[in-house]
Design a protein around this ligand. Structure first.
Ligand SMILES: [Zn+2]
Ligand SMILES: [Zn+2]
Length: 212
């Protein structure tokens, strides 16, 4: 069985998630934006072995701790999609602009594409490319537990910003309606910020994509 624990990190309260296979106790961290020591303390408290880092996109609050954590523990970095290379190149600028400690540069060990899968222990998770908020944004879908880790694509009652360089509102709406909704109304999603919700609830009541 796949399990997860969401730990909000950084001044932006970014929902970093620790996901693990409870048969092997192997874990991955989705979006280690910062507060690395706190994340490692949780990993230890849960009795897990951290084996990899997964990225939804390369904004500083999601990716800022990736380089340091990867170097410290020799962990592979999986994702995001190559469309976010320019955001990775711009991490130092992002750190400065948002008052974060300087982010250590990194190169993903493996880029992700739509339809890929990633594996932690015995558990396989599906990858969907969901551009719009950033061009290389991906989401991680775990149908075995009806969960999706969607980064800044969709929030409870809102959607991701598209006013950044290479943001695209139409593309974002397309990603939500064509790639998230087919995961099913019952699917609970963990957004990049704020509380969880279900796709069914958002389809009914989200003012940006309700009825879409
Ligand atoms: Zn973002
Ligand atoms: Zn964010």
């Amino acid at each position: 069985m796949l399990q997860y624990l969401t730990v909000p990190v950084t001044p932006f309260q970014q929902n970093c998630s620790i996901v693990w296979c409870d048969a092997t106790h192997q874990a991955a961290i989705i979006d280690p934006g910062g507060e690395i020591d706190r994340l490692l303390a949780e990993i230890e408290r849960l009795g897990l072995t951290l084996t990899q880092l997964w990225l939804t996109h390369a904004h500083i609050d999601h990716a800022g701790g990736t380089g340091e954590l990867s170097e410290r523990l020799h962990l592979p970095i999986v994702g995001p999609h190559p469309g976010d290379q320019f955001w990775i190149d711009g991490l130092a600028m992002q750190s400065q602009r948002f008052g974060f400690a300087p982010a250590q540069p990194f190169t993903p060990t493996r880029w992700l594409a739509d339809g890929d899968t990633v594996t932690v222990g015995n558990e396989t998770v599906q990858v969907r490319h969901c551009p719009g908020h950033t061009p290389g944004h991906v989401v991680f879908h775990a149908p075995q537990i009806d969960r999706a880790f969607v980064g800044d694509v969709l929030f409870a009652g809102s959607i991701g910003r598209t006013d950044f360089p290479q943001g695209n509102h139409e593309q974002l709406i397309h990603s939500i309606t064509q790639r998230l909704w087919p995961m099913g109304n019952q699917t609970v999603f963990v957004p990049g910020h704020g509380p969880e919700s279900t796709f069914g609830r958002e389809r009914q009541s989200n003012p940006y994509v309700g009825g879409a």
